[in-house]
Design a protein around this ligand. Sequence first.
Ligand SMILES: Cc1cc2nc3c(=O)[nH]c(=O)nc-3n(C[C@H](O)[C@H](O)[C@H](O)COP(=O)(O)OP(=O)(O)OC[C@H]3O[C@@H](n4cnc5c(N)ncnc54)[C@H](O)[C@@H]3O)c2cc1C
Length: 540
Amino acid sequence: MDTFDFVIVGAGSAGCVLANRLSANPNNRVLLLEAGGPDDRPLMAMPLAWRDTFLDPVVNWGFLSEPEPYLDGRRIPAPRGKVLGGSSSVNGMMYSRGYPVDYDHWRQLGLAGWGYADVLPYFRRSENNWRGESLYHGAGGELTVSRHHADKVIYPRLMQAAEKLGFRRLDDFHGPDAEGFSTPEFTVHRGRRGSTSARFLAPVRGRANLKIETGALAHRVLIERGRAVGVAFEQGGEIRRAMAEREVILCGGAFNSPQLLLLSGIGPADELAAAGVKALHDLPGVGKNLQDHASIAAMWAAKGEIAFDSKLRFDRLMLSVLQWRLFGAGEAAGLPVSAQGFVRTRPELEWPDMQFLITPVSMAARPWFPGWRKGVGHIFSAANVLLRPESRGEVTLRSPDPRDKPKIQFNLLQAQADRDTFRRMVRFGRRFFETAPASELVSAQIAPPADAQTDEEIDAFVRGAVGTAMHPTSTCAMGTGPGAVLDEACRVRGLEGLRVVDASVMPAIVGGNTNAPVIMIAEKAADMILGRPALEAAAI
Ligand SMILES: Cc1cc2nc3c(=O)[nH]c(=O)nc-3n(C[C@H](O)[C@H](O)[C@H](O)COP(=O)(O)OP(=O)(O)OC[C@H]3O[C@@H](n4cnc5c(N)ncnc54)[C@H](O)[C@@H]3O)c2cc1C
């Protein structure tokens, strides 16, 4: 069949959820187009291998930003999954929703139905939380949220230091009290990566009304008389067309969805003309408003052999992999994370502006064995993540060729407020590891170097070290103003039959990791697309 009710472009976090929900009714003919291939690389499902997975060029689009003007011209890697499951097949699996205030802010921007009380039932619908069902959590959904078991040496010391600094010890980052320290939780199901491909798509792949095409790169949306009627895509060197009788839904993520709109002649008319694309619909906001969580890794040398490097000795690592293969358990079935805090870097702030994620290992860690090669040593690193950035970037076309990568300009550290927050974050990290008993775990700080003390010295370090937490959003934002690309139902303004449903729809980035919020957005959009009433708002 080449004619469907719904054509979904992109089988990522949002696309797999939508494919599941829209095809639940056997009368709906659904096509899911994915540029990448199957998610069957040998170690993809193994949580400990997540860094190798996201660096694997076979499953990564391999985007790199343009030279960043506020980072001395450095180019920033922008990994994205190009595979079934999209970025949920390569991500770090941390479960986080951001803060209620993030969604209440969306509602205040004029997006009715997107306040936290409105979206909480959608978070719950897809959730299978280890705690079971409650006002704040769902059970029995596809998205398993599993508990992280804290270690007995490092974790208690970190928590005592956090308490000394006045932070609460939390039981649940998503309960009523969400500011403080605890262990993060992960979208890991029985020791395996809980990507949306594994959890939402695999169980329904046999549905006769759901067709999944991999290796299918969408080139443009076909527009006739102001209505999206299908998608032109390339597969195996051939250009094909799939027609949509009801809707085309773009789920390509925050870089590719705006690129596809632009390639289809939907975007700022002057930019389209300059890029050699015939403008069909002037929509100035497409590709603008790019936001991401800027992030740096601060590092300390561990005092003694107490960190994760011991477990990376090749023979021990192989045993862990075997244990994982046989039982879905052991070190390889989880991620080496010690503790996480959500922190206000200024007391007068209403909500945390920093995520502080402590791991007993450096990002550069690798397997080692005596006589073969050395390990990187025992290190603690702490990701300092800027949760509410003010800098804004953009995604534009490099050329009218759909095979070309889009141009990505993050403009990280453009805003003075962001640079100020980094100064406070660096100083907070130092204060944290100077506080006993966390101080007993480390000998000296490695990064930033101890002599980076003044604002200017810290700024220079941050400029050279900052990257992103790989949470790009907001490039096809819902909203009401002139920059809005979508209305509150994710419909492209001024066109019929076309929606965007993915991380790009967020009007403002949320203060936490973005996978669960994208899944929530897809859950909610599914109801809108199917014309079902919204779930009743939660009584919080
Ligand atoms: C390395 C990494 C680590 C991360 N860690 C975490 C974490 O720990 N916790 C967390 O919550 N979030 C994390 N994130 C972010 C989170 O995974 C993303 O926000 C989320 O997956 C985005 O979902 P999406 O549906 O918007 O896009 P994606 O999941 O990226 O899906 C887009 C899909 O569309 C496909 N596609 C794009 N263009 C086309 C086209 N033209 N034709 C056909 N197909 C196309 C892509 O191949 C992809 O499969 C991480 C992301 C990365 C990359």
